[in-house]
Design a protein around this ligand. Structure first.
Ligand SMILES: CC(C)(COP(=O)(O)OP(=O)(O)OC[C@H]1O[C@@H](n2cnc3c(N)ncnc32)[C@H](O)[C@@H]1OP(=O)(O)O)[C@@H](O)C(=O)NCCC(=O)NCCS
Length: 176
């Protein structure tokens, strides 16, 4: 378990799968993700089984403390962990929309970055986001990510090509 302020990251479990399917099938959530096709429970179960054996990936459930109860609001992960170049790719989705814009995203990211930089010894974490995802871009900037590149018109959504923004953060720049 990794702890932050009123927030913790725990391993994802099989029992969480129905929640993942609900989140990823919600058009308002999916809008910000690469996935576009409706997702079945069977496909998500297959994904879950496959990720169990992957060693270059850490995917954790974000839980926040509400009263005495921990509520699972989303997932966060380090993908393509590369221990030679000491890099990884960050991914996050808060599937419970009522929890958007309340600072939980940045807190979850800070917690996983502490793990990335101070446990795994990574030197650089990168991510990509769609140019229209203002909330995500502001959240990432708040943690210290810098916009370092643009993949122009790389993403097609709703009949329009959108830019994809590349952001990264070096260990030496991370405020902790
Ligand atoms: C992106 C996401 C992880 C951010 O987490 P969060 O808890 O909502 O973000 P935070 O509250 O920490 O920060 C949000 C920032 O955006 C701002 N914001 C909130 N709603 C906004 C909106 N509708 N438009 C623009 N900015 C917005 C907030 O004011 C804050 O910025 P500030 O600190 O400069 O004021 C979360 O919203 C999410 O999972 N969204 C859906 C899926 C997604 O977009 N995943 C990321 C794909 S790259």
């Amino acid at each position: 378990m990794l702890y932050g302020k009123d927030l913790r990251l725990r391993a994802i479990e099989r029992e969480d799968i129905p929640r993942f399917v609900r989140w990823l099938n919600d058009p308002e959530v999916r809008r910000f993700l690469t996935r576009h096709e409706p997702l079945s429970r069977a496909k998500e179960e297959k994904w879950f089984e496959e990720q169990l054996s992957r060693t270059n990936e850490v995917i954790l459930a974000i839980e926040v403390l509400m009263g005495n109860e921990w509520i699972h609001i989303g997932n966060i992960g380090l993908h393509r962990i590369d221990l030679k170049n000491r890099t990884a790719v960050l991914g996050i989705v808060i599937g419970e929309k009522d929890f958007w814009g309340k600072g939980y995203g940045r807190e979850a990211i800070r917690v996983i970055l502490r793990y990335a930089f101070f446990e795994l010894g990574l030197n650089r974490v990168e991510l990509e986001t769609f140019s229209f995802n203002e909330r995500a871009r502001r959240c990432y900037k708040a943690v210290g990510f810098k916009e370092v590149g643009v993949r122009r018109r790389a993403f097609f959504r709703d009949g329009v090509f959108h830019d994809v923004v590349l952001m990264d953060l070096l260990a030496e720049e991370f405020a902790g």
